[in-house]
Design a binder for this molecule. Sequence first.
Ligand SMILES: C[S@@+](CC[C@H](N)C(=O)[O-])C[C@H]1O[C@@H](n2cnc3c(N)ncnc32)[C@H](O)[C@@H]1O
Length: 226
Amino acid sequence: MQKIILQTTADGSHTLFVQGLNEHYHSTHGALQESELVFIQNGLHHITECVKEINVLEVGFGTGLNALLTVLESKKQRRKINYVAVEPEPVDEEILASLNFALIIGGTEATGYYKKIHEAGWVYPAFLSDYFIISKIHAKLEEITLRDEQFHLVYFDAFGPDVQPELWTEQIFTQLYKCMKNNGILVTYSCKGIVKRALKAAGFSIEKLPGPVGKREVLRATKVRS
Ligand SMILES: C[S@@+](CC[C@H](N)C(=O)[O-])C[C@H]1O[C@@H](n2cnc3c(N)ncnc32)[C@H](O)[C@@H]1O
């Protein structure tokens, strides 16, 4: 088990630092602002309105911050979201209980949803509201088989390519391409050359987008079948 330390980022929201990897779960310039821009604004807000029910896959569930922002959006947009989150090393319950995301977002609703997200088990889907179903999968992405052409949106939130290069490969992105619908999008915070090359080799079209504070650019990749 890796030693994990809770830290506060520049926007006041928490993140976790994994000592053995020398890696944070989020940007130290602001965990909340990073997730909101990279995954919600660049990803969820970019799914066209004709999709009435959105299937989202998250690679690297971690603290559940992206799931929390997504459940809140599902209610705001009154759009149904089926959320599948993959995580091989769930964060300790005690650490999860100390994280301040819901507090910073504000309102009892965020607190209630955050609790429900973490109470959801790892075997059966949990119905959090009329608009949001979460299925948490306790496994590595490489170990699971996902149905073809299933997801409209992928949040790719693994540890960075420097510490986890095995997840930022053509092979992994090909696995994701297959399980995505045509015109489906994958969003991620890394804009490194090897990431762009691996995404292109897997068949994605890529766009560089302005990053959150502390990061020049982030990526959106689209599955466009020729
Ligand atoms: C950058 S952190 C996640 C951030 C997370 N989305 C959050 O908001 O807290 C990377 C996550 O990927 C998970 N992870 C590591 N190896 C993985 C794998 N092979 N497949 C899926 N997830 C993995 C880690 O355990 C960690 O929770």
